[in-house]
Design a protein. Structure first.
Length: 155
């Protein structure tokens, strides 16, 4: 909980980084309670991305399916153009929500979105959620929506 993390930081000054995986309202409480004693990086596949920057996150640690978009969103936010950050975020939010339904969905489909955007082949390892034709059609739509992955080499 935010209170437990605050106690951890207070009792162990060597704890200076946090990889959060929680709602931005909890992340903001952690940042507010700890000031510059801890740098907080949230994840959650990019959910609440712009609000995480508003809350004071030092950055985000994301899966590669949308990281190029996240970099552009962060750049717009840091440049003071919150409207552009929000516009860019709104454009990719449907893909984020699709992938973040569960850990199993994330593993099955987000990697396929990334692979489609980066021109890579997907190799599954069992046991794992198997993709469905409906899910694969969604992957194609979301990969097309987000476009080719900018900044990642094919390989």
């Amino acid at each position: 909980s935010p209170d437990e993390i605050t106690m951890l930081v207070r009792n162990h000054p060597n704890v200076t980084l946090l990889k959060g995986e929680g709602p931005v309202v909890d992340i903001e409480r952690i940042i507010a309670a700890n000031g510059d004693k801890i740098a907080v990086f949230n994840g959650r596949g990019g959910l609440e991305l712009v609000d995480n920057f508003r809350a004071g996150c030092a950055g985000m640690i994301l899966a590669p399916d949308m990281v190029d978009h996240a970099v552009a969103i962060e750049a717009a936010f840091k440049a003071g153009d919150e409207a552009e950050a929000e516009r860019r975020y709104a454009a990719i939010l449907p893909a984020i929500v699709f992938a973040m339904q569960s850990v199993e969905t994330l593993i099955c489909y987000a990697k396929r979105i990334f692979a489609a955007r980066a021109g890579l082949t997907v190799h599954d390892r069992g046991p794992a959620l198997a993709p469905t034709p409906f899910g694969l059609a969604a992957v194609e739509r979301y990969a097309a929506l987000m476009g080719p992955n900018q900044g990642l080499a094919k390989g």
